[in-house]
Design a protein around this ligand. Structure first.
Ligand SMILES: Nc1nc2c(ncn2[C@@H]2O[C@H](COP(=O)(O)OP(=O)(O)O)[C@@H](O)[C@H]2O)c(=O)[nH]1
Ligand SMILES: [Mg+2]
Length: 221
């Protein structure tokens, strides 16, 4: 059943931990190579075209961008808050080493220390084998004990008959089980339901069944 997005809005930009939004909302961060299609994925997931900026110029996002989203996991459920964090993309060459190191430190601090962070969506390009940056990011996240959801985007750029093989190859390269990589295309609008299902599962309140049992309208089963 499709997750319904009730609302989605930009919350704030942060470059320092003191600026990270407070509040208990379960958070999901999005990481990937610069220009991989991160902002487009956020817009497609929330069905808000201009929510995250989509740029032709890679490397422009230098801060963490937070978004407040409310979803109904099922039509009868109460809306539940989820916060998204759009992280600066890695692998952008046209900046100084000092600047790159500064971004890396900012991202690593966040990924290590953010206590409300429930999972990280690692976005890879379906057309290419995972980059060194993708492999480094995954290793970093695994070392830190983070839950990772991998999505392969731009599947629309592949011949339909090649998508399956590309996903299997990515799963092999990333050491994931068959079927773990979620295929996605912001252009065709595919993959959002599957990705939402994963996000809803990892952001579900602990013990949701007993702690939050009353769907609106009393349609409890
Ligand atoms: N064909 C195709 N192009 C995409 C897709 N997602 C993003 N793009 C394009 O890739 C470029 C970078 O997208 P953007 O979302 O800004 O990437 P970001 O830097 O990772 O946030 C833009 O030109 C997008 O239009 C997709 O699913 N399919
Ligand atoms: Mg972006």
């Amino acid at each position: 059943m499709a997750v319904q997005v009730v609302s989605a809005e930009f919350a704030k930009t942060a470059t320092r931990p003191e600026e990270w939004p407070r509040g208990p909302a379960a958070e999901v961060a999005f990481v990937g190579r610069s220009n991989v299609g991160k902002s487009s994925m956020l817009n497609a997931l929330t069905r808000r075209k201009g929510l995250a900026r989509v740029s032709q110029t890679p490397g422009r996002t230098r801060a963490l961008q937070f978004f407040d989203v409310a979803v109904r996991p099922t039509p009868a459920a109460r809306p539940r808050p989820i916060r998204f964090c759009d992280l600066p993309g890695y692998g952008y060459a046209k900046v100084s080493k000092e600047e790159r190191d500064r971004w890396a430190a900012m991202i690593e601090d966040y990924l290590r220390e953010r206590d409300v962070l429930r999972a990280v969506v690692l976005i890879v390009d379906a057309r290419h084998p995972p980059s060194e940056g993708d492999l480094d990011a995954l290793a970093f996240l695994r070392t830190g004990g983070r839950r990772v959801i991998v999505a392969a985007t731009k599947t629309d750029k592949l011949a339909r008959t090649r998508v399956g093989a590309a996903l299997r190859a990515a799963e092999k390269d990333l050491g994931l089980a068959r079927g773990e990589v979620v295929p996605f295309s912001a252009v065709e609008g595919t993959g959002a339901d599957a990705l939402w299902a994963r996000i809803a599962a990892v952001t579900a309140p602990d013990g949701a069944r007993t702690a939050d049992p009353t769907p609106e309208g009393g349609a409890a089963s």
